[in-house]
Ligand binder design. Structure first.
Ligand SMILES: NC(=O)c1ccc[n+]([C@@H]2O[C@H](COP(=O)([O-])OP(=O)(O)OC[C@H]3O[C@@H](n4cnc5c(N)ncnc54)[C@H](OP(=O)(O)O)[C@@H]3O)[C@@H](O)[C@H]2O)c1
Length: 256
């Protein structure tokens, strides 16, 4: 038995969207497991606060202030991570989200494009930029953070659901393309998680109760519960797993 399977000792990881929520917890879990971590997002102040916590764990931490949707951002982000960490073994594409709900009939195409740019296009470019370094690693893991909204119909969120569903398909295709080259690619699918992203859903009691009634475990998930899944996918504990979808949703998707 390999007791070090869950360790990330001396691995070099980049986590996008690490300034808060799920990404922040993933970065902390990775550092606690022994990884050096590059953290990317737009809010420098929040990243610097996280950097202090990671340095206190005795690991290296590179802060990268960037909007993943900006022109040329992906190349710059990966270059900074690679040069700061001396290579790359783990890429977590976590930056994402959804800022509006509307029926497809009334959706402005600009809203659709903005959602795709953040949740899909930016990830394509980040993966393309990072692949040379990940292939060089020889034991690399890409984790794409999707959503239960990408598993089946997501009324009023067709834009977000479509982006997250496409991300799962991309995960499967890429996983097969690089399967023999030392790079594993998996999707991590959170259900309803208590973060800033879902604050508006807790604002009204009836909305919150309606949502939680869809979750067999009857509660919000926590960022640290998703980070545990990311740790599993990043580490050798999942060494024979690629092209798969790890769903952490309190049983929500088990319902018909
Ligand atoms: N919470 C949920 O219930 C849930 C469920 C399923 C899937 N997810 C997915 O999980 C991921 C994380 O969600 P979360 O709940 O932790 O959201 P969150 O609390 O809103 O955090 C989102 C993170 O992404 C960063 N980000 C957003 N837009 C960015 C951009 N253009 N460039 C760079 N960074 C950007 C934000 O940082 P800055 O603002 O500093 O840039 C922040 O660090 C997302 O992909 C989301 O779709 C969440």
């Amino acid at each position: 038995m390999n007791s070090a399977a869950g360790s990330l000792r001396d691995k070099r990881a980049i986590v996008t969207g690490a300034s808060r929520g799920i990404g922040r917890d993933i970065a902390l879990h990775f550092a606690s497991a022994g990884a050096d971590v590059a953290i990317a997002a737009r809010n420098t102040e929040a990243l610097l606060a996280l950097q202090d916590e990671i340095l206190a764990l005795g690991r290296k931490c590179i802060v990268i202030t960037a909007d993943v949707t900006a022109e040329g951002a992906a190349t710059k982000i990966i270059e900074q991570a690679e040069s700061g960490l001396g290579g790359l073994d783990i890429l977590v594409n976590n930056a994402g989200g959804n800022s509006f709900s509307v029926a497809l009939q009334s959706m402005k195409f600009s809203g659709w494009q903005k959602t795709m740019a953040l949740n899909l296009d930016s990830i394509v470019l980040l993966i393309q930029a990072a692949l040379p370094a990940l292939l060089q690693s020889g034991n690399a893991s890409i984790i794409n953070v999707s959503s239960v909204a990408g598993l089946r119909g997501a009324p009023l969120m067709s834009h977000y659901g479509a982006a997250k569903a496409a991300l799962i398909s991309l995960t499967q295709s890429l996983a097969i393309e690089v399967a023999t080259q030392g790079v594993r690619v998996n999707a991590l699918v959170p259900g309803w998680i208590e973060t800033d992203l879902t604050d508006f859903l807790r604002a009204e009691d009836t909305v919150e109760q309606g949502l939680l009634s869809q979750v067999p475990m009857g509660r919000w998930g926590r960022s640290d519960e998703i980070a545990q899944g990311a740790l599993f996918l990043a580490s050798d504990a999942s060494s024979f797993m690629t092209g798969q979808v790890l769903v952490l949703d309190g049983g929500q998707s088990a319902r018909a």
